[in-house]
Design a protein around this ligand. Structure first.
Ligand code: DC
Length: 222
């Protein structure tokens, strides 16, 4: 059995940046589980299946295969045999993932893949329910959070930096709506595991968060 590190938290808390950096430094495999849920959301959007219609979404699930491959250490998501990685990081696909991930059948479908990756490799896995449901015996659980206004501001700055148009109040609304959905769904809602260490990145830089997590990992080895 390898070492498993779970990083959960709300959208925009910096999970993927931190998880990627920690994995690289430790020589672990980084698993972005949100990308798997995004692939399911993308499938529904591409097929014109209404994401709010649980029955239709569940009916389509047997048609879907989702897998992960690594290319130059970067995770690639293979949906029904096609690499869809470059299409996953849009607001629309994120919303679709947030909606369809509420359905227990969608979560069940992705569970085995996540667990088998953790069995095969030392992983840093980020998501919403890694420490609570997917890997309840993870060696280290981090709950990485930040104030919603700060998360919205980071997203706003990112979009403006890319030369895109953005409205702060709209982004804040989307962030709060996503939190509400992810935290209040019945199956595997986002919450801090009892044995997770909470790290609030509101007033921390990326390297400060990384240092804090490395300190926690060092504590593990003692
Ligand atoms: O981390 P992300 O923004 O890529 O995740 C997209 C959505 O997928 C998120 O709003 C909820 C869902 N998700 C989930 O339910 N469980 C996970 N482990 C990861 C993501």
């Amino acid at each position: 059995m390898g070492i498993d590190i779970a990083i959960d938290g709300p959208a925009g808390a910096g999970k993927s940046t931190i998880a990627k950096a920690v994995a690289k430094r430790m020589g672990f495999v980084y698993v972005d589980t949100g990308a798997l849920y995004r692939a399911v959301g993308l499938y529904m959007l591409d097929r014109g299946i209404s994401i709010d219609d649980a029955e239709e979404v569940v009916k389509a699930l047997p048609e879907i295969t989702v897998d992960i491959e690594y290319m130059d250490e970067a995770q690639q998501v293979i949906l029904c045999g096609k690499n869809v990685t470059s299409r996953l990081r849009t607001q629309e696909v994120g919303e679709a993932a947030s909606v369809t991930s509420q359905y227990p059948e969608v979560r069940d479908k992705l569970m085995e893949l996540q667990r088998s990756l953790a069995e095969r490799y030392d992983v840093v896995m980020d998501g919403r329910d890694i420490g609570t449901v997917v890997l309840p015996d993870a060696d280290l659980k981090i709950y990485l959070t930040a104030d919603s206004r700060i998360r919205a501001k980071r997203r706003y700055d990112e979009l403006i930096g890319k030369g895109e148009k953005a409205e702060f109040s709209e982004i804040l609304k989307e962030v709060e709506e996503r939190d509400r959905r992810d935290m209040n769904r019945e199956t595997a809602p986002l919450k801090k595991a009892d044995d997770a260490v909470e790290v609030d990145s509101s007033c921390m830089t990326v390297s400060e968060v990384e240092d804090r997590i490395r300190e926690l990992i060092r504590g593990l080895k003692k």
